[in-house]
Design a protein around this ligand. Structure first.
Ligand code: PMP
Length: 413
C-alpha cells in the first residue's frame, strides 16, 4: 500500500520487534501430514510431545472414515449458524450422545472450546453478578469473564481458603458463579474440585468446570476429573472440548435441559457463529465410542505420565504439581524455555516452550504432553535428551539475560 506521509500501521513492526527483544515473539511451526506421535516439520520427522491428541485419535482410521462418509452425504460446511439453518441431524446425534456419555439431561456443541467458554460465562453472569475465577484459568475463561461485565474475583491458584473468604464477604450480588478448570492446561495439576463443589453448594453459587484436558482421560468412563472424584452430578455446568483427547474440533457444555435452552438463546458465540461441519460431528461420535470401548488408551497414558515425572524429578527438574498427562518443566525465563525447546528440536524432539502471556512472568516452561502411544522407549529418549540439557543448565550455559519481563498473564494455549 502507498502511504505518502505516514503509515498508520507502522507501530506493528515496532511492537513485534519489542516482543522479539523480550523473547516473546511467536512464529508458526507448520507441519505436513497428520497429527500424531511423529510430526513432519520442514522435512524433519520429530518425536511429538507437543500435541493435545492425548488418546491418539486425531488421525485414527475409524474417525477419518466416519468423517469421509459424512462429507459424501452432507458436504463440507454447515452453511449457517445453528438457529438459522446450520443445526443438522449430525449435530443433534452428537449432542444426544454427549448428554448420554456425560450423564446429563442435555448437551450443546459449540464451534470450539474457546467459543463454549466465551459464550457460556457471559450467558450466566452479567452486570450486578459476581464471578469467582482461579488465577490460572485458561484464556477462554478469562475472556468469558471479561465479556460478561460481571465483577470478577480472582482467587490465588487452587486456594479454597481465599475463595471461601471472598464468598463470605461478597454476598450482595444477584447471581454468583465459580469457574475453574479441572486439569490446568499449562501445569497439568488438578483443581480441588470436591472443595469447589462444597463451597458452591454452601454459598448457593453456580459452578462451571472446564474439563477440556480431562475429558477422555480421567475417570473410570473418561468423563473427567469430576467423574474420578465422584462429584460430577453436583456440578451444574460441565464444559469440555472435542479438540483434544477426542481428536476432532469443537467444544461442548453439559447440564440441565433449561441450561442448554438458555445457552441456545443467550450464548452469543453459539448464536452468531456457523455450526461445526457435520463431518466433525460424525468423527466426534466415533471418538466418544472409542473412549468407551478402549479404556486402555487412557489407563496407559496416566501411567506413562507418572513414570516420566519420576524420571524428571530424579534429574532435578522443577515439574510443579502435575498429576496428569501434561507435565511441565518450569525453567523461569522465556528465553531459557525457548533455548531448551530449540535444543530438543535439534535432536528431533518437539516440546513446545510456553512463555508469557500464556504463563506468568518467570514461570516459562517446557510443556510435555503425552500421547497414549508414547512407549517407554520414546519416553526414555526424551529423558536422555533432557539429562544432557540439565548439565548445561546447571553450568549456566543456557542462561541468557532477558529484557524487561511481561507483566500480564493471559493463560493457556
Ligand atoms: N479450555 C481449556 C482449559 C483449554 O486448554 C482450551 C484449549 N487450549 C480451551 C478451553 C479451548 O478449547 P479449543 O481449543 O477447543 O477451542
Amino acid at each position: 500500500m502507498n502511504y505518502p506521509n505516514h503509515d498508520p500501521f507502522e507501530w506493528i513492526d515496532h511492537e513485534l520487534a519489542q516482543l522479539a527483544e523480550r523473547g516473546l515473539r511467536r512464529t508458526l511451526r507448520t507441519h505436513d501430514g497428520p497429527q500424531g506421535l511423529r510430526l513432519n516439520v520442514a522435512g524433519r520427522e520429530l518425536i511429538n510431545f507437543g500435541s493435545n491428541d492425548y488418546l491418539g485419535l486425531a488421525a485414527e482410521g475409524r474417525l477419518c472414515a466416519a468423517a469421509a462418509r459424512a462429507v459424501e452425504q452432507a458436504g463440507c460446511g454447515a452453511g449457517a449458524s445453528p438457529l438459522v439453518s446450520g443445526h443438522s441431524a449430525s449435530h443433534r446425534r452428537l449432542e444426544d450422545r454427549l448428554a448420554e456419555f456425560e450423564r446429563t439431561e442435555a448437551a450443546l456443541v459449540f464451534s470450539s472450546g474457546y467459543a463454549a467458554n466465551v459464550g457460556t460465562i457471559p450467558a450466566l453472569a452479567g452486570r450486578g453478578d459476581a464471578i469467582y475465577a482461579d488465577q490460572n484459568n485458561h484464556a477462554s475463561m478469562i475472556d468469558g469473564c471479561r465479556l460478561s461485565r460481571a465483577e470478577v474475583h480472582v482467587y490465588p491458584h487452587a486456594d479454597c481458603g481465599t475463595l471461601e473468604r471472598q464468598l463470605q464477604t461478597s454476598s450482595a450480588y444477584r447471581r454468583r458463579l465459580i469457574v475453574s478448570e479441572s486439569v490446568f492446561s499449562m501445569d497439568g495439576d488438578l483443581a480441588p474440585l470436591a472443595e469447589l463443589v462444597a463451597l458452591a453448594e454452601r454459598f448457593d453459587c453456580m459452578l462451571l468446570v472446564d474439563e477440556a484436558h480431562a475429558t477422555g482421560v480421567f475417570g473410570h468412563s473418561g468423563r473427567g476429573v469430576s467423574e474420578a472424584l465422584g462429584v460430577e452430578h453436583r456440578i451444574g455446568i460441565r464444559m469440555g472440548t472435542l479438540s483434544k483427547a477426542l481428536g476432532c474440533a469443537g467444544g461442548f457444555v453439559c447440564g440441565s435441559k433449561s441450561l442448554v435452552e438458555w445457552l441456545i438463546n443467550q450464548a452469543r458465540s453459539y448464536v452468531f457463529s456457523t455450526a461445526l461441519p457435520p463431518a466433525v460431528c460424525a468423527a466426534a461420535l466415533v471418538a466418544i465410542d472409542l473412549v468407551r470401548q478402549e479404556p486402555q488408551r487412557r489407563a496407559g497414558l496416566l501411567e506413562t505420565a507418572q513414570g516420566l515425572r519420576v524420571g524428571l524429578r530424579e534429574q532435578g527438574w522443577n515439574i510443579g504439581a502435575s498429576e496428569s498427562q501434561i507435565v511441565p518443566i518450569i525453567v523461569g525465563t522465556a528465553d531459557r524455555a525457548v533455548r531448551l525447546s530449540a535444543r530438543l528440536f535439534e535432536q528431533g524432539i518437539l516440546v513446545p516452550a510456553i512463555r508469557p502471556p500464556a504463563v506468568p512472568a518467570d514461570h516459562s516452561l517446557l510443556r510435555i504432553s503425552l500421547n497414549c502411544g508414547h512407549t517407554p522407549a520414546i519416553v526414555e529418549r526424551l529423558l536422555a535428551a533432557l539429562a544432557a540439557l540439565r548439565v548445561e543448565v546447571a553450568d549456566h550455559k543456557l542462561k541468557v539475560p532477558l529484557g524487561p519481563d511481561c507483566d500480564g498473564c493471559d493463560r493457556g494455549i
